[in-house]
Design a binder for this molecule. Sequence first.
Ligand SMILES: [Mn+2]
Length: 333
Amino acid sequence: MANLLNFLLRFRHITIVCHPNADPDCIGSAYALLALLRKRLPDRHVIILASEGISTVSEKLMDYLQLRPATDLPEATDLYVLVDTSSLDQVPAVKRAVEDGGVPYAILDHHVSDERTVGGAAFSLVKERSSTCEIIFDALDKKSLDKRALQALLVGIIYDSRRFLILPDSTIITASRLIDLGAEAELALRILSSEHDPSERMAKLKGAARLRLYKADEWLIAITNVGSFEASVARSLTDLGADVALVVNEEGKKVRLSGRSTDSIYKKAGLNLAKDLMQPLAESFSGQGGGHPTAASANLKGSSGAVTSAAMGLIAGKLGIKGHTIKEIHTKK
Ligand SMILES: [Mn+2]
């Protein structure tokens, strides 16, 4: 903690940067850092920037925190702090300010790291944890966190650990410490509850209806396409039983690909969706991709057909399938 605060001490104008479609882990991390800096370094100017939008799942948390992040880059900043964001490519406006304006940046994150972004950072704290909130909590002085900041961290941890399914030991211990300090689990769950958006349910059902199923050895791979809620559709397909779910959203010449997989295919077959799939696809389809071993996505230039067959080729290669072809299981409709 001394390290992070000591580093931040050197800057007057600090901009905390959120990733596109900022989720509760990102918002919770950004808020806790803002609250700490306001308390410990009250003469500094600190803002939160969400230039690439905020997810609807974060709405109740934002209301609870009474937080309205900036959408435009500030006129002057001495430092950008990327939270829960693995690559500068995700925040093009900040990337430009860093590259053209020479403004330094720090990165606090838990995704599979983008080496170029971490390499260029003036300060980095990147660890394998269920959430960035957990990394921030470990790095900060607990006594400087007020009730709201503690609550924001607990919400982010519960959200990004998928309610304690990811790295449960450390996640549960951190959550318990937050509760001891005054955060409320019940309130956190209420802040995260959603009213089951009808268009999201529709996307999930359409995704299931359009599903194509493949079998590679013992692994089941599901591919589908929808126009929105790709991540949620992919998650619902792994919940249904797929080992890997790939969801394509094609818009003109652009493709957004979301992938989710089980812990079992990651641990037994070593398939890492960020490293083995999204990062190589981003290289071949001049795009940007990354995430976690079992939850990753990419924004690519190309057609849905070309992207999915390249994706299947990469998965087949990683799984050691002969001829790199995976058989489709034809289902009667
Ligand atoms: Mn996160």
